[in-house]
Design a protein around this ligand. Structure first.
Ligand code: PLP
Length: 371
């Protein structure tokens, strides 16, 4: 079976965890998290105080939304995204407003989003689908004109660039995920990146039950016993165990994971280019380290091809069911025909650093033989 995705972890990660457990003996948020934040900052090219690590990408998005909205405010977000984007918005008390995507890239359709603006719209959440940041300049222009905050769901886009600049090194609020199968993993984890001091202070307090300035104390091996709490907080902080895994993975990303992911995607694109009945999505592999390899299967053939590949031991996925089709988020009438059509066409092919060139050749030949 060729798996769709896979955590690539082993002995080095295990040793880093063993060190935290057997030598350091402090499992909570401490020195490993501080170092991980510093190393992410260096990697992206921002000051360390601009990074806040939490225990999932969803938690990162949740804290970002909470920092810039009041309950009942609306956040424009593409419907075709992982349910985590929507859960983070509603979990923070805001209302996700599902928008259309561009069929070539599955990134936010700004013209559609513009139609859904109301007095309550406070933020826009573009999703870097398949690691493609889409037209970020246009999104920031739109946001500036309409006085909106931008929360980038960059869960797919750790280690990616936009016009040569690292995702996270510019922009408003950027959220990454380090869950098991993302570009790097910390087991579970995520990070908020922003140069907005106020948002960062709110996020850092809220990740640990709203205890003011607890991060500084914990990073110095201390605790706050006398403190104030002004905002709703959560147990969203990252543990030293997770950070230890993340630090090893960050080291492996440039030399090992990124070149492999890019090479696999290049091979797919080379072999599938021009295949009738299949459409590749836009992706600039000079800038993008792809987390997934979605393609569009036209003419109602998606489910048939999916079953055919499954029988040949090739696992595939569907990223994603549009959220306005879910009970929790479908209570209003939304006209999102493009997203619904794309949902019937999308098929994600195996992509993780242990997929070999031989696998890709085999998968592409199977696809061609189906057609
Ligand atoms: C993975 C993912 C998230 C959430 O990240 P977790 O770390 O799994 O909580 C959010 N948005 C998208 C698009 C994702 O793929």
């Amino acid at each position: 079976m060729i798996r769709l995705s896979k955590s690539i972890v082993g002995q080095i990660e295990a040793e880093a965890v063993a060190k935290v457990i057997c030598e350091d003996g402090y499992l909570g948020m401490g020195s490993e998290v501080k170092l991980f934040e510093e190393e992410i900052a260096t990697f992206i090219g921002v000051p360390a105080e601009n990074i806040c690590c939490v225990n999932s990408g969803t938690a990162a998005l949740h804290l970002a939304v909470q920092a810039v909205t009041e309950p009942g405010d609306e956040v424009l977000v593409q419907s075709l995204t992982f349910v985590a984007s929507f859960q983070a918005i509603s979990g923070a008390g805001a209302v996700p407003i599902p928008c259309e995507v561009l069929p070539e890239s599955i990134t936010l359709d700004i013209e559609d989003a513009r139609k859904r603006l109301t007095e309550k719209t406070k933020a826009v959440m573009p999703v870097h689908y398949g690691s493609n940041p889409g037209n970020l300049d246009a999104i920031y222009e739109f946001a500036e004109k309409e006085n909106l905050r931008v929360i980038e769901d960059a869960a797919h886009a750790f280690g990616c660039k936009y016009k040569g600049r690292n995702i996270g090194s510019f922009g408003d609020i950027i959220c990454f995920s380090f869950d098991g199968i993302k570009n790097i993993t910390s087991g579970e984890g995520g990070a908020i990146v922003t140069s907005d001091r106020n948002v960062m202070a709110l996020a850092k307090d809220a990740r640990l039950l709203g205890v003011e300035k607890d991060t500084e104390m914990r990073f110095n091996g201390k605790r706050s016993w006398e403190f104030d709490v002004k905002h709703q907080g959560y147990r969203f902080h990252m543990s030293n165990i997770f950070a230890a895994v993340g630090r090893v993975q960050l080291g492996r990303f440039i030399s090992e994971f990124a070149p492999k992911r890019v090479a696999i995607a290049e091979k797919y694109r080379e072999l599938l280019d021009g295949v009738k009945g299949l459409k590749l999505l836009e992706s600039d592999l000079r800038f993008v380290v792809p987390h997934i390899m979605p393609v569009r299967i036209l003419d109602g053939n998606r489910d048939g091809l999916k079953d055919y590949l499954e029988k040949k031991g090739i696992q595939t996925g569907i990223h994603y069911k549009p959220n306005h089709m879910l009970s929790l988020y479908g209570d209003r009438a939304y006209d999102l025909g493009t997203s619904e059509k794309l949902y019937s066409e999308l098929l994600s092919l195996p992509l993780h650093p242990e997929v070999t060139e031989e696998h890709v050749v085999n998968i592409c030949e199977s696809i061609k033989s189906y057609f």
